[in-house]
Design a protein around this ligand. Structure first.
Ligand SMILES: Nc1nc2c(c(=O)[nH]1)N(C=O)[C@@H](CNc1ccc(C(=O)N[C@@H](CCC(=O)O)C(=O)O)cc1)CN2
Ligand SMILES: Nc1nc2c(ncn2[C@@H]2O[C@H](COP(=O)(O)OP(=O)(O)OP(=O)(O)O)[C@@H](O)[C@H]2O)c(=O)[nH]1
Ligand SMILES: [Mg+2]
Length: 426
């Protein structure tokens, strides 16, 4: 096994920077920089082969089986100077016993050594990417092993169902001691219901991970860009009294009450002979249609009731100079903006509530495979043809799909995809 090293903290100037080494040669490689194998924790002078000082570092040693990776690990907590980090990394790179880590390689070793299961690895990736509270909380649930726990429960119940059937098979042509079918049916239905609920939550879980899109749309000049700037609390979009100012879709990422939101400002919707503007209008319509929510800004005329199920919110624009019914908003004065934010956060929060523990398309596909096999097993039970061995085989197929959720089977093929999104040093 190679011994790998990488900067574990972000690039650039910082208070402290951590370089991590993991693998069988970690201790001796560290010892070469400080003359002795380091103790568990100590402040040490790090030197090159000629005795020139790199830095005074806090050095931590973790024995194998007692580290993040499950291997021997050394952490060098350096002064966070780009020059110090570069000098130490160059020195480590010159050590033939070491090589730089690939993206996600530390975590990959943690997985290989059973320190984490596959779902936890995905949760860890989401945790590192989390930018808002809702993302952090959700990622932490998965990282803590909650998906593995529910998969365990499904596996146990399906194994029990299969065992009941197998026991019956052994009694073929004899008196079956009890009719196991009702219990098997109960087990399958319960598991199926939970799996289907998890699978149904994946679409929303992906929105929670990647961010919700909220599009501001309406006629030219109603104040869309002014509202965007107010919500972003900075001057992102050009505003002017000329109708048709915004052409491209302008995106701003926001933390809206802990929810990740990409706000879209769009070209004012109208028929126009201006070719560039009409291209902008087409883009506006297309992006708004795809968005999770649309804030329709209306200047004159009736303001319809919100249709939250369809994702449509309607507001009276320029509420400082215009009156109308419905939610009155002014990007210029700020009136009604808090109420609009609350409405958006409320609706998105309601949607997030449907998110379970399955977070990815990979999970959804595994769950669908598992559910399909359960349905086949259920159909076999309904048919009552007594081909219990076929039904038991369906259950085993379902169990294999459950196992693939946490990486007990089919690991290799998903690993590269998962780890390619990790940063070096994780
Ligand atoms: N400095 C540092 N902080 C970090 C990490 C790290 O690798 N280094 N982590 C990286 O993601 C997270 C913590 N993950 C870790 C998980 C297990 C062990 C570990 O060595 N566990 C031993 C007990 C060690 C002890 O108590 O002294 C064990 O489980 O036996 C260390 C870090 C967050 N903070
Ligand atoms: N009184 C008042 N004026 C506003 C308000 N919002 C925007 N305006 C003014 O209305 C004009 C148009 O504002 P924009 O934000 O550029 O409008 P828009 O909807 O983005 O326009 P297009 O990009 O052309 O579609 C500017 O002169 C703004 O200062 C508002 O709430 N009240
Ligand atoms: Mg605009």
């Amino acid at each position: 096994m190679d011994t790998i090293f990488a900067l574990a903290t972000a690039q650039g100037r910082a208070g402290v920077a951590v370089i991590r080494l993991s693998g069988p040669a970690a201790f001796v490689a560290a010892a070469r920089m400080m003359d002795t194998v380091p103790e568990m924790r100590g402040l040490r002078a790090l030197r090159d082969g000629k005795g020139a000082l790199f830095d005074e570092a806090l050095v931590l040693r973790f024995g194998s089986g007692k580290s993040f990776t499950g291997e021997d690990v050394i952490e060098l907590h350096l002064h966070g100077s780009p020059a110090v980090v570069a000098a130490v990394l160059r020195h480590l790179g010159d050590d033939p016993a070491l090589r730089p880590a690939e993206a996600g390689e530390f975590t990959r070793r943690a997985l290989a050594n059973g320190r984490l299961d596959l779902a936890q690895v995905e949760g860890l990736a989401d945790l590192i990417d989390a930018e808002t509270e809702s993302q952090r909380k959700q990622a932490l649930r998965v990282f803590s092993g909650a998906l593995g726990a529910i998969a365990d429960s499904w596996r146990k119940r399906l194994i029990r169902a299969a065992a009941l059937l197998e026991a019956t098979i052994d009694f073929v042509d004899e008196d079956v001691p009890v009719d196991v079918v009702p219990e098997v049916r109960d087990l399958l239905q319960g598991v199926r219901r939970e799996m289907a609920r998890e699978a149904a939550g994946v679409r929303m879980a992906e929105r929670l991970r990647d961010g919700f899109e909220v599009a501001i749309i309406g006629a030219p000049n109603v104040g869309k860009s002014t509202l965007l700037n107010r919500l972003a609390q900075r001057d992102v979009a050009i505003t002017s009294e000329i109708a048709g100012t915004t052409r491209d879709v302008i995106e701003v990422r926001l933390d809206l009450d802990g929810l990740p939101v990409t706000l879209l400002d769009t070209a004012g919707l109208r028929d126009t002979d201006d070719i560039v503007e009409s291209l902008g209008v087409a883009r506006a319509r297309a992006r708004a249609e795809q968005a999770d929510l649309r804030v329709h800004m209306l200047l004159d005329g009736p303001v319809p009731a919100h249709d939250l199920a369809a994702g449509d919110i309607y507001v009276q624009a320029k509420a400082d100079i215009k009156t109308g019914d419905g939610l009155a908003v002014s990007g210029l004065s700020g009136a009604g903006v808090d109420a609009l934010v609350a409405l958006i956060a409320d609706e998105l929060g309601r949607r997030v509530a449907s998110v379970g523990l399955a977070m990815r398309e990979r999970h959804r596909l595994a769950l669908l495979r598992a559910v399909t096999s359960l349905d086949e097993a259920g159909a076999g039970l309904d048919a009552g043809h007594g081909m219990l061995d076929l039904i038991a085989e369906d259950l085993r197929t379902s169990i294999r799909a459950v196992d693939s959720l946490v990486g007990r089977v089919d690991v290799e093929q998903v690993l590269d995809e998962i780890f390619s999104s990790f940063c070096i040093g994780k």
